[in-house]
Design a protein around this ligand. Structure first.
Ligand code: BG6
Length: 484
């Protein structure tokens, strides 16, 4: 067999989140979470929009009854009850890592309690034990696009400084309980999504915010930075063997032309995207962002203590999600293509996925090189995958060669990246098992290598089926990435 470029301890895995997978929203003492309030809106009504920002009247209405609406994230794919079967399939594929998130409201139903909900902790104990029994490392995201709903209603969640302590209390409980089972942790999923969807990323209802949108967004991010730093510090003191990282959605951008103005625009957008890791790895706000705040009149509540917490406590690795690349141009007009929450100018050199997301494996190599060059600490691809419509044949087969092709190209790009000298920790294919889509709450936008028989309204047997990509990834892992 050809010699593998990938290190022996490379983490070959998959990724998921509690709000998209678990279901059982009202079992085991779990409280309501922000994601439970998202209703399914059919494509004919939603068009090319996303279903991520909610209003208070929407929440008020659905707190009083379901009014015939369907809430896909309350049901997920029932991982809560089927985790053993799912983990057995992941083990059969040969995964040595699986990323899940913890539902905050399973541990602290309202977010304000003094003692955690033991039943919630026990559920994750069982999941981690099952993973470890199969030699699969759990990778844990402490907060992935959900907040106890009570915190939204009472505090407007991350708009409020009080969330720092509430989050730290919650995260400390997790670290104390699971430090011997979980080595890799991520404080927040895709921090940059706060800019686009404060409700999803920060549990914030903009209509309740005391300040304008842009100030609210960067204030919430600041609080999440300080909360992250608090957990880096706690881990260092109490669990030196665990690694706690940061994560952002990498928006790799190319200038639309070689006009220096387009290159400058690209640089500025890049600085905005690197901001999250700049703060959490380097420990201070970059000058470019301070200038941006001054120009925009953004005045943030940042204390001397906050600054010292950031300066002294840093992320152990940089996690990224990567789905596509983007194009930047000085002139804001231009052909728009739909992206992962962010739209951009159409790149004529790239094909688009069925959801209009440009496919660009070379962009992943560029992104990883640039991140490593900038921070010089290990980089981890904690999400990457292709959302597509899959059809199960009468015999239960699913031929997803388009997905295999996408993942193959991205693994090839990672192999090049490792040869470029980048310390790459692993690759976690997003939605290794079909889940509810984050942005549209559809089931029909499938990322999995394992198919789940469930439709957009939650109908179906929920049976799990192996797609062609399942057998292909199994071979890839077994060969250490040489058999692509
Ligand atoms: C990332 C999120 O932005 O993209 C995931 O962290 C999400 O939660 C993934 O599922 C894919 O996006 P979508 O909207 O296609 O599910």
């Amino acid at each position: 067999m050809e010699k593998s470029i990938f290190p022996k301890d490379f983490l070959w895995g998959g990724a998921s989140s509690a709000n998209q997978c678990e279901g059982a929203y009202n079992e085991g003492g779990r409280g309501l979470s922000t994601s439970d309030m998202v209703t399914f809106i059919p494509k004919e009504e939603l068009g090319n929009n996303y279903n991520l920002e909610l209003s208070l009247s929407h929440i008020d209405k659905y707190l009083k009854g379901d009014h015939g609406a369907y809430f896909p994230k309350r049901k997920g794919i029932d991982f809560y009850h089927r985790y053993k079967e799912d983990i057995a399939l992941l083990a059969e594929m040969g995964l040595n890592a699986f990323r899940i998130s913890i539902a905050w409201s399973r541990i602290f139903p309202k977010g304000i309690e003094d003692t955690p909900n033991e039943e919630g902790l026990l559920f994750y104990d069982k999941v981690f034990d099952e993973l470890l029994r199969h030699n699969i490392q759990p990778i844990v995201t402490i907060s992935h696009y959900e907040t106890p709903l009570y915190l939204t209603l009472e505090y407007n969640a991350w708009e409020n400084r009080a969330l720092i302590d509430l989050y730290i209390k919650y995260a400390k409980v997790l670290i104390d309980r699971f430090k011997n089972k979980v080595k890799y942790w991520i404080t927040f999923n895709e921090m940059n999504m706060m800019e686009t969807t404060p409700y999803t990323a920060g549990g914030i209802l903009l209509e309740k915010a005391k300040k304008d949108k842009i100030t609210t967004v960067y204030q919430a991010l600041h609080y999440q930075f300080v909360a992250s730093a608090g957990i880096y510090e706690y881990a260092k003191k109490t669990a030196p063997d665990i690694k706690v990282g940061c994560m952002f959605g990498r928006l790799e951008k190319y200038p639309v032309t070689c006009n220096p103005e387009d290159a400058l625009q690209t640089m500025k957008e890049d600085q905005m995207n690197f901001f999250y890791a700049d703060v959490l790895v380097r420990g201070e706000y970059p000058g470019s962002m301070l200038r941006f705040f001054a120009e925009q009149g953004i005045d943030l509540d940042i204390t001397a203590e906050d600054k010292s917490a950031l300066r002294n406590n840093h992320a152990a690795f940089v996690g990224i999600s990567y789905y596509m690349s983007y194009v930047a141009q000085k002139d804001p007009s231009g052909i728009k293509t739909f992206g992962n929450i962010v739209s951009s100018v159409r790149n004529p050199y790239l094909e688009l996925s069925e959801w209009g997301w440009p496919i660009d494996a070379v962009g992943l190599r560029i992104a990883l090189n640039r991140i490593y060059d900038r921070y010089r600490i290990p980089v981890f691809v904690v999400e990457c995958g292709l959302g597509a419509k899959d059809t199960a044949g009468a015999d239960g087969t699913i031929h997803d060669d388009y997905r295999i092709d996408y993942i193959r190209r991205h693994i090839e790009a990672m192999s090049e990246t490792i040869q470029d000298g980048v310390a790459l920790m692993g690759y976690l294919a997003w939605g290794i098992i079909d889940t509810v889509s984050c942005s549209t709450s559809e089931m029909s936008k499938r990322y999995g290598f394992i198919y789940v028989d469930q439709d957009n309204y939650g109908n179906g047997t929920q049976d799990r089926l192996r797609k062609d990509s399942f057998y292909w990834y199994q071979k890839v892992i077994k060969s250490g990435g040489t058999s692509l």
